[in-house]
Design a protein around this ligand. Structure first.
Ligand code: GLP
Length: 260
């Protein structure tokens, strides 16, 4: 696992965007996994700057990491709307190439299986963008999610609903269920880039990066991936114990590994 510790959230977003941009410059039809929440906003903003400077994302495909169940697609906090508002439109993606699990269908089981099939039919995800919840969840894979899990319906932990309530008018408006790419689905992506900033994520980052491989910390699944990069600011890195080593290795990477 590659750990990059940067000075602040803006630097985290710029570094993550540089990695995405390098992928797309090599493969204009790259398939991206798209995360929501506050953490990837810096990445998307930095990508928008690159789009303004000429980066062409119009042939990129996108697959959302997760979606709520039971709120209308046009609800401002449905992830379909969030992805459209924060990613598809500002980054100039083709809406026909952006996919979000269907949290509104009566047959959720069929929708989850269909989503995994859609990802496979697209050739798999080249780079999955991830955040991490304070309880260590990635996507909506809550603690004790199986590392082999597929896209499926999950019940949100009360702490996750509380953390996401900031986006809703009333706490009770936060959906109870969601569809999420499973940890097994996420681990099939060819590259993972997890971004986290702020002191509130320090315990989850320390547990995911340096803690044991345990379903109690779904983010620890990144330890199983051959190509996972964790990009954090000083605050989110503050509980890591090998920070000197991470900084040393980042400063002494072979030149071809440096992306900026
Ligand atoms: C939600 C999303 C996750 C996200 C997490 C943390 O649960 N489903 O994909 O990583 O929140 O969000 P934030 O980055 O806003 O802290």
């Amino acid at each position: 696992m590659e750990i990059l510790i940067l000075t602040d959230a803006q630097a985290v977003g710029r570094q993550a965007a540089a990695i995405v941009a390098k992928l797309v410059e090599r493969n204009p039809e790259a398939v991206l996994g798209l995360a929501t929440g506050a953490s990837p906003q810096g990445l998307y903003a930095a990508l928008a700057d690159r789009v303004d400077a000429g980066l062409d994302l119009s042939k990129v495909a996108g697959f959302a990491l997760d979606e709520y169940v039971g709120i209308p697609r046009e609800h401002p906090e449905s992830y379909a709307q969030v992805i459209d508002r924060d990613v598809t439109r500002p980054l100039g993606l083709d809406p026909r190439r952006v996919h979000v699990p269907d949290g509104r269908t009566a047959d959720l089981e069929a929708a989850t299986a269909a989503y995994d099939r859609e990802i496979r039919a697209a050739g798999g995800i080249d780079l999955q963008i991830l955040g991490i919840g304070e309880n260590g969840h990635i996507g909506f894979n809550e603690p004790t999610s199986s590392f082999a899990s597929r896209t499926r319906v999950k019940t949100l932990a009360p702490s996750t609903r509380a953390a996401n309530a900031r986006f809703f008018a009333r706490p009770e408006d936060v959906p109870t269920h969601c569809l999420t790419q499973g940890l097994g689905t996420i681990l099939e992506a060819r590259q993972l880039v997890l971004v986290a900033t702020g002191q509130s994520k320090a315990p989850a980052i320390a547990a995911a990066v340096e803690g044991p491989l345990t379903s109690m910390v779904p983010g620890s699944a990144l330890q199983l991936h051959a190509r996972a990069t964790v990009i954090v600011d000083e605050a989110a890195a503050s509980l890591l114990t090998l920070t000197d080593y991470y900084r040393y290795t980042a400063d002494n990477r072979p030149v071809w590994q440096v992306v900026d």
